[in-house]
Design a protein around this ligand. Structure first.
Ligand SMILES: [Zn+2]
Length: 541
């Protein structure tokens, strides 16, 4: 086999390897062109008259674990055309060694791919491991130089927003729904930007989006030929938020009822795994009125005095929406991430035992609770008693009020999700809570029936025939939260109908937003838009 074919593959006949120098870390290959003539790059006339020789040093992909370097003996030729301003020119090797380049094309392409995949500095470290000499700035420069041209001819596209900085500035991401690959990023989420982008692509047939109004308008104007589909996940999320609001209105009555029936979701295990007493103590949301509860009580007092929402918000430094939410509540629901201390489950027993036997020892009490299923260690238990102000022994008594059990039977956010779920997939105690809630109030029962029929429409993909009927029923149901959700659907009805009928989903877009976030954070927030865009769109996957 011709050795030059090994180095230059199909182009092997045009080069001759003069010698190979096997050094410590570098393999140096001396190369010369075999062609007799060269073409002037200006006038394109062939010349055979050599002016002089010079050498070029070019780095190539590493071989046998060593950096490889090509020393090219290159020639300069005379150009004989009188009218050509180039009197002397150098021979060109476009496919391997571009003019002025110190790296072969194939090496640059690999470095660029590594850069797109890992970012400047990590790619530089990988290159060092692979014996490719380069720097992080070189890698970034190579990425910067490559042209960006988003794919055309895609017929189904999903769009969503992503945050440069949450609540401050946003961009948009466009994903091919057939392949799940990102097509392009837009620097903002303005209507105008997306509209222009869409107008250049008349081939689009399906656009999947969330319910953000800028996107809706942009698609209506920029791609009027396309079918719009909203995102099912956001529909469910909005509906569950509406259900949660209904639940919050009924919260205090419902929890009292459930507490009487001793219904409770057993999250003792979760609580033991995730929260320790010391965390609970510092938590502002602990059962003994943290800052949150205090503010809630202040708010209720201001409400009695007849303050306006705006005035209350200003006075307590809260957001107006939070004030509005709190006004609807009679008691403050447990915050969703706040777990129930496993000890709380045993308060009734502790109280009973202390009344029966006032001088009971902590050890005895602990051993008894262990047999009843308490899993904490002795030290955890005694610390827990101290935390709740329960004193055992000679000075036995309760120095603090015990937390209200009624307030801890369920979280409104979880219950809202149970309302929306297929009841067969729930645990028994979750299903029981839903059943009791529905029994306890006509409104909750009505909510449950409506929500379940919405879920059924979604599961059966029968939006085209049944959605309008559902909206009609919800609007006249007398449930203001559900009616307002239905009103929102009406404003965007064709797209919602499509979402509940067609198989398109915004899932691939959400997945790519996650990937984008990962890339963004890898670059520690230093990424400019152009670099981020190229990395998200072009990184090999
Ligand atoms: Zn010429």
């Amino acid at each position: 086999m011709n050795a030059s074919k090994l180095v230059f593959s199909d182009d092997g006949d045009n080069f001759r390897i003069i010698s190979v120098d096997n050094q410590q870390d570098v393999l140096v290959v001396y190369v010369q062109s075999t062609t007799q003539s060269a073409v002037c790059p200006n006038c394109c006339i062939t010349s055979k008259r050599i002016h002089s020789y010079y050498t070029r040093k070019i780095t190539d992909l590493p071989v046998f674990g060593k950096t490889s370097r090509i020393i090219l003996r290159s020639r300069k030729f005379y150009c004989h055309q009188d009218e050509c301003p180039f009197k002397i020119f150098t021979e060109r090797f476009e496919s391997h060694f571009r003019p002025y380049k110190r790296r072969t094309e194939r090496l640059e392409s690999k470095i660029r791919q590594l850069g797109l995949l890992a970012g400047g500095r990590p790619a530089q470290r990988i290159c060092t491991i692979l014996s490719i000499p380069t720097s992080d700035t070189t890698i970034l420069r190579l990425i910067e130089k490559c042209d960006f041209s988003p794919a055309k001819g895609v017929t189904a596209i999903g769009v969503d927003d992503w945050a440069y900085k949450k609540r401050k500035s946003y961009g948009s991401i466009l994903v091919n729904l057939h392949t799940g690959k990102v097509i392009d990023l837009l620097p903002d989420r303005e209507q105008e930007t997306l509209r222009k982008w869409l107008q250049e692509r008349p081939e689009i047939e399906v656009m999947s989006r969330d319910r953000y109004s800028n996107y809706r308008k942009a698609i209506t104007l920029g791609a009027p030929q396309s079918i719009q589909v909203t995102d099912r996940w956001h529909l469910l999320k909005n509906l569950s938020e509406a259900v949660q609001k209904v639940l919050i209105r009924h919260y205090s009555k419902a929890t009292a009822l459930l507490a009487n029936k001793q219904l409770r979701v057993d999250d003792q295990q979760i609580a033991e795994n995730q929260s320790t007493l010391s965390e609970n103590r510092s938590s502002p949301d602990s059962a003994h009125g943290g800052i949150r509860l205090k503010r809630f009580e202040q708010l209720k007092e201001l409400q009695k005095k007849g303050y306006s929402i705006r005035a209350m918000a200003r006075h307590l430094c809260m957001h107006r929406q939070t004030v509005k939410n709190y006004l609807d509540m009679e008691t403050l629901p447990r915050k969703s991430q706040c777990k129930i201390n496993p000890l709380e489950k045993f308060f009734t027993h502790i109280k009973k035992r202390m009344e029966e036997e006032p001088s009971i020892l902590i050890t005895t009490l602990w051993q008894e609770l262990r047999t009843q299923g308490y899993k904490g260690a002795y030290s955890t238990f005694s610390e827990g008693l101290k935390f709740y102000g329960i004193r055992v022994g000679k000075k036995a008594g309760f120095t603090k009020e015990l937390p209200n059990h009624g307030a801890a039977t369920f979280k409104t956010s979880s219950a809202a999700i149970w309302f929306l779920s297929d009841q067969q997939n729930l645990w028994d105690d979750q299903r029981n809570i839903i059943r009791e809630l529905c029994k306890s109030s006509k409104e909750l029962n009505k909510t449950f029936i409506l929500v379940q029929s919405f879920r059924k429409i979604m599961a059966e993909k029968s939006g085209d025939t049944k959605l309008r009927e559902w909206i009609e029923k919800s609007s006249t149901s007398g449930l203001k939260e559900i009616a307002s959700f239905a009103k929102g659907l009406l404003a965007d009805c064709p797209a919602v109908e499509n979402a509940l009928t067609l198989p398109w989903s915004n899932g691939p877009v959400e997945g790519n937003v996650n990937r984008l976030k990962m890339i963004k954070r890898q670059m520690y927030g230093r990424a400019g838009f152009d670099l981020l865009r190229k990395r998200v769109v072009y990184a090999p996957s």
